[in-house]
Design a protein around this ligand. Structure first.
Ligand code: NAP
Length: 246
């Protein structure tokens, strides 16, 4: 069975991707941020994956830390033997207008959303290169495509992920490794649950379909990108936003 490693998979979009790829027949490595709460949630996700008939294990790592990523990738390789698919999903927001944003708030978002992708690629690509097969999907955002007031840190990190996606596609294409990004719009997850009703209503005004997306609607596109049906698709960004005009 092929193995998929999904970062930040204890809840939200990451948990949904893990379960969808389990349904597709991947053994699943569920990464979670090292905390007791996240461990319990990740264990539930792994249990739900196993119920679909595949192997699934949980792996703690703060993906903003290079050493954590190195140890996690090593542990996943030892547990499953291979890593065919990597989904860089872990992400955070610390929204403020530039005038109020601190340097720490800027650096924290860049570390978790952007540097983490470098950390994970650094340790996963050599494995994929040796096996001459790999499918990488980076979970970016429409904020990385269009910018968004109050998100200079977040939109910078997501735009960087798109640049990294296109670069890795070019560096590793000849090794049969594809690298693509998805750019979700407004998706119903714990990340967006905390927004005020007024802000949610205002944001929906710019969505053609006038509704939030569901995590399953991101997972289905990721499922396609790691499947044989997408074997000649690389370096692309697929927007999944219900038609947003930002
Ligand atoms: P979420 O519910 O907050 O899930 C994010 C997950 O990443 C959480 O499990 C979180 O753990 C984990 N995480 C955070 N920092 C981490 C770290 N340093 N190491 C390992 N894991 C870490 O958010 P979501 O909405 O599902 O978002 C998933 C991805 O989609 C993110 O990259 C986000 O930027 C992107 N996205 C979301 C939306 C949306 O509307 N929801 C739109 C566009 C893009 P903790 O709970 O402990 O922080």
């Amino acid at each position: 069975m092929p193995t998929a490693l999904v970062t930040g998979a204890s809840q939200g979009i990451g948990a949904c991707i893990a379960k969808r790829l389990a349904k597709d027949g991947f053994d699943i490595a569920v990464n979670y941020y090292p905390s007791e709460g996240d461990k319990a949630k990740a264990a539930e996700v792994a249990e739900e994956c196993r119920a679909l008939g595949v192997k699934a294990e949980i792996f703690p790592a703060d993906v903003s830390k290079m050493a954590d990523c190195e140890a996690m990738v090593k542990a996943v390789k030892e547990t499953f033997g291979t890593i065919e698919a990597l989904v860089n999903n872990a992400g955070i927001t610390k929204d403020k207008l530039l005038a109020r944003m601190s340097e720490d708030e800027y650096d924290a978002v860049i570390a978790v959303n952007q540097k983490s992708v470098f950390n994970m690629l650094k340790h996963t690509c050599p494995i994929m290169m040796k096996q001459k097969f790999g499918r990488i999907v980076n979970v970016a955002s429409v904020a990385g495509l269009y910018g968004n007031p109050g998100q200079i840190n977040y939109s910078a990190s997501k735009a960087a992920m798109i640049g990294m996606t296109k670069t890795i596609a070019k560096e590793y294409g000849k090794k049969n490794i594809t690298c693509n990004a998805v750019a979700p719009g407004l998706i119903r997850t714990p990340m967006t649950d905390v927004l005020s009703d007024e802000l949610k209503a205002r944001m929906l005004e710019v969505v053609a379909m006038k509704r939030y997306g569901e995590p399953e609607e991101i997972a289905s596109v990721v499922s396609f990108l790691v499947s044989d049906d997408a074997s000649y698709v690389t370096g692309q960004v697929i927007e999944i936003s219900g038609g947003i005009s930002m």
